[in-house]
Design a protein around this ligand. Structure first.
Ligand SMILES: C[S@@+](CC[C@H](N)C(=O)[O-])C[C@H]1O[C@@H](n2cnc3c(N)ncnc32)[C@H](O)[C@@H]1O
Length: 365
């Protein structure tokens, strides 16, 4: 069941297709806008992260190994001051925690009353790239990792941090993140439910549009996608080595091989993350966590495919207009027994048009 909801954004009305029967719940495929890269964190999204045990045990294992006696910088500490407090618990000598969003910063401040926190944690309000921070940190926790690994701007934020905030041999947590991609048909990702936004995603959609000043074709976040929608294994299309070479922009080409008959109209992308080089990775498609996946439409309609067909995919990330958050661009060539089809899709951080692709015209009727 779907219904249209009228949303007023910056004086104009946007019609949004909603499935009122669907709200985000564990294991239920739902659609929403990708939110991590926009300033729309609220109590619900922070609680999902603070309660995300699969994620948290990996970050804790890294801090247990690295924090004792060290100066730690927590970039994007969030409303729960989480990794700053955990760093103190694991014996950090001193912690500087930075938070960009004003309300989150104030809520984080209430945790400083906890025993031991106020003496060792300094909490700063602002964006790390615009702050002066001293002393230089020996360990940096930067959980500014998106469902598309680089979408929250971690490469540019860390390049700045290495230059201005970190000691020369500082260790960053997480250690490495990659984005994978696999061929899919959008409709199948939602497990048979109508293609419409989940009821509880509308508030985020409104916040993103208001931040932008107008509607645009948001990235499509699919939480708990139906696994049988994937028509092939995932290949790595973005690599972020946070303790190694970390380019601000990158381009990767892969060949995705279809492994069974079906239909394809785009790709699903998702995160794999390592907090320690020898730690167990978190794969967002295999493990229940707060991270979702992102669907990118490529073709205007579904194309039948057979096992052995291929989708050649190139994913390019370039720095967006704010110099921090990447714009993504995808080029694809689908080769089947009936011919070869090319497609491309641009997903800038800001703007880039509204209702450009049929799927966005469907979702914003
Ligand atoms: C994914 S949340 C993580 C929150 C918390 N650290 C956790 O792991 O549960 C990212 C947080 O970082 C903040 N943020 C993102 N980039 C930042 C930056 N460059 N400087 C300061 N805060 C930032 C966001 O406002 C948000 O609160």
């Amino acid at each position: 069941m779907t219904t249209s909801v009228d949303m007023v954004v910056a004086g104009s009305t946007v019609r949004v297709l909603v499935d009122p029967t669907r709200t985000t719940a564990p294991g239920v495929p739902t659609l929403g806008p990708s939110i991590g890269e926009y300033p729309c964190y609220d109590t619900v999204s922070y609680a999902r992260m603070t309660d995300d045990e699969e994620r948290n045990r990996r970050f804790r294992a890294a801090l247990a190994r690295l924090a004792a006696g060290r100066v730690v910088l927590d970039i994007g500490t969030g409303a729960d001051l989480l990794w700053a407090r955990e760093s103190v618990r694991y014996g950090a000598r001193r912690v500087v925690a930075v938070e960009a969003m004003e309300e989150s910063f104030h809520r984080a401040g209430t945790w400083l009353a906890e025993p031991g926190a106020g003496e060792r944690i300094t909490l700063l309000r602002g964006v790390s790239t615009e702050l002066d921070i001293a002393p230089r940190a020996e360990v940096c926790v930067a959980e500014i990792i998106g469902s598309l690994a680089g979408a929250e701007g971690v490469a540019a934020v860390l390049a700045d941090a290495r230059r201005r905030h970190l000691a020369p041999d500082a260790v960053v947590v997480p250690h490495r993140c990659v984005t994978l991609a696999a061929p899919v048909a959008f409709r199948r990702l939602l497990g048979g439910a109508p293609v419409a936004f989940a009821a509880d995603s509308l508030g985020y959609l409104r916040t993103i549009f208001e931040w932008h000043g107008s509607p645009f074709d948001v990235r499509l976040r699919v939480k708990d996608p139906a696994r049988d929608a994937l028509l092939g294994g995932g290949q790595v299309v973005e690599v972020l080595d946070l303790n190694g070479h970390l380019p601000l922009e990158q381009r990767r080409s892969v060949r995705l091989t279809i492994d069974r008959p079906g239909v394809v109209d785009g790709v699903l992308t998702w995160l794999r993350l390592w907090c320690l080089p020898d730690g167990e990775p978190l794969d967002a498609l295999r493990v229940a966590s707060n991270w979702a996946s992102v669907y990118f439409p490529l073709f205007d309609s579904e194309h039948p495919v057979e096992a052995g067909d291929t989708l050649d995919l190139t994913v390019t990330s370039t720095l967006g207009e704010d110099g921090t958050h990447p714009d993504y661009h995808l080029d694809a060539v689908l080769r089947t027994s009936t011919g070869t089809r090319s497609a491309s899709h641009s997903s800038p951080y800001r703007g880039g048009g509204f209702r450009h692709h049929p799927v966005h015209r469907h979702l914003f009727p």
